[in-house]
Ligand binder design. Structure first.
Ligand SMILES: Cc1cc2nc3c(=O)[nH]c(=O)nc-3n(C[C@H](O)[C@H](O)[C@H](O)COP(=O)(O)OP(=O)(O)OC[C@H]3O[C@@H](n4cnc5c(N)ncnc54)[C@H](O)[C@@H]3O)c2cc1C
Length: 386
């Protein structure tokens, strides 16, 4: 016989782990399913650190959502005892008319966020390991920093289980079906379950699972590398070195973190733009010499003392919508289903607020959070195909 739940959540990575936590906290009977093991490195939520910032250059509409995220990160730290969010300040760099600098400035001014606008001489003085060009400026955002993705997913999952959620790992959903009654049946490799509501948060598996949504989703391979500075290690410590996003021209952005893993842990840097198109099945998991060289080209020019030996590297996936904004909404055809996908390379900082929104949608069918700009209806029309 089918086991029945109030809500089933498909995918327990960044977004799904937050959704099961918020649903369980509201007393819902919730089942979470993941095709992989708990806190794995085969999707999009691994690699030790994720930038969090409020002066949002991508779109000013994200600001209230990320502000709520900060509150929820601190609450989750209290509930779980885990160390998740650290404020280091953040530099958003590029020419004054670059989208990173002009967009960050717009969000900072519109929302009264604490920031400074720095020119190339200020940058060289305050952050001597950086080599800005004469045209480079930066918005320094005081409250930016980083989140620990693995610890965050673990904290959400463990807290959800403590609150009574059933979580099944290495149990992929293979099919789903909406009954005439409106209930949703979810079929896995080993069992069948039923629920009034279902939440889909399948990360890079979304193009296949949510093909009926009418949103074109593209998955791209991105490599993170950890380098050992050649000198001035202390200049990379979080007390003196912030997180940064550096737009070097219209199509090229790289970013990185301070030395957050001790003297031998390396300092993470990566490229945000580009990335090879792939699927979770076809992706090249091994790191190639060429991947590392591409990152070194940026470091050699802009942060030369970070261009030392490589400690380690890891491969991750971005899932991109055509405008690189997320999709978070009730399914356009099946209102009992909510979807959360297309988080691109900037979704992790939002995971707790997305969890809260998904719990709102699965509980009341709507949310007070301003998510209209994340609806799938901004693209083509959805089909009725699951
Ligand atoms: C290199 C890199 C750097 C990034 N940097 C930042 C950053 O600095 N700041 C930031 O905010 N964001 C950043 N991001 C983006 C952010 O990490 C992602 O947007 C976010 O992790 C996506 O979470 P998710 O829940 O959608 O996907 P995931 O965490 O991958 O979760 C999806 C889950 O669904 C499961 N699943 C799939 N299919 C099924 C099925 N059929 N049945 C059951 N389970 C299934 C998968 O196993 C997986 O666990 C970065 C991403 C990458 C790759």
């Amino acid at each position: 016989m089918n086991k029945t739940y109030d809500v089933i959540v498909i995918g327990l990575g960044g977004m799904g782990s937050a959704a099961v936590y918020h649903l369980a906290a509201r007393g819902k009977r919730v089942l979470g399913l993941d095709r992989n093991a708990a806190v794995h490195d085969l999707g999009s939520s691994h690699g030790g650190s994720r930038i969090i910032r409020q002066a949002y250059h991508e779109d000013v509409h994200y600001v209230p959502l990320v502000q709520r995220s900060y509150e929820l990160w601190r609450q989750l730290e209290q509930d779980s005892g885990a160390d998740l969010l650290r404020i280091t300040g953040g530099l958003l760099l590029g020419s004054l008319d670059s989208s990173v600098v002009s967009g960050s400035l717009l969000s900072a001014r519109e929302h009264g966020l604490s920031h400074e606008l720095l020119g190339p001489a200020d940058l060289r003085r305050r952050f001597p390991v950086l080599k800005p060009r004469e045209t480079d400026h930066a918005v320094f955002e005081t409250n930016a920093g980083f989140v620990r993705p693995e610890a965050a997913v673990r904290a959400h999952l463990e807290s959800a289980e403590r609150l009574g959620a059933d979580l099944h790992f290495e149990e992929p959903m293979v099919r789903w079906h909406v009954h005439a009654s409106g209930a949703v049946q979810v079929i896995t490799n080993v069992a069948k379950y039923e629920a009034d509501r279902v939440v889909f948060a399948p990360g890079a598996w979304a193009p296949e699972i949510l093909s009926g949504l009418g949103v074109s989703l593209q998955v791209r391979r991105h490599v993170m590398c950890w380098f050992q500075p050649t000198d001035r290690f202390e200049a990379f410590l979080p007390e003196s070195f912030p997180v940064y996003v550096w737009q070097v021209d219209a199509d090229r952005i790289f970013y990185g973190f301070p030395a957050i893993d001790g003297p031998t842990g390396g300092v993470k840097a990566a490229i945000h733009s580009g990335g090879e198109a792939c699927t979770p099945e076809s992706i090249r998991r091994a790191v190639l010499e060429k991947d590392v060289e591409e990152i070194r080209e940026y470091l050699g020019e802009y942060i030369p003392s970070l261009n030392g030996p490589m400690n380690r590297a890891s491969v991750c996936m971005y899932t991109l919508t055509p405008d690189e904004n997320f999709v978070v909404a009730a399914h356009p055809v099946f209102p009992q289903i909510s979807v959360a996908c297309g988080f691109s390379g900037h979704g992790f900082k939002f995971t707790p607020v997305i969890g809260e929104i998904l719990a709102d949608l699965a509980t009341h069918g709507s949310t007070q959070h301003p998510i209209e700009f994340l609806g799938p209806d901004r693209f083509e029309k959805a089909s009725t195909r699951p």
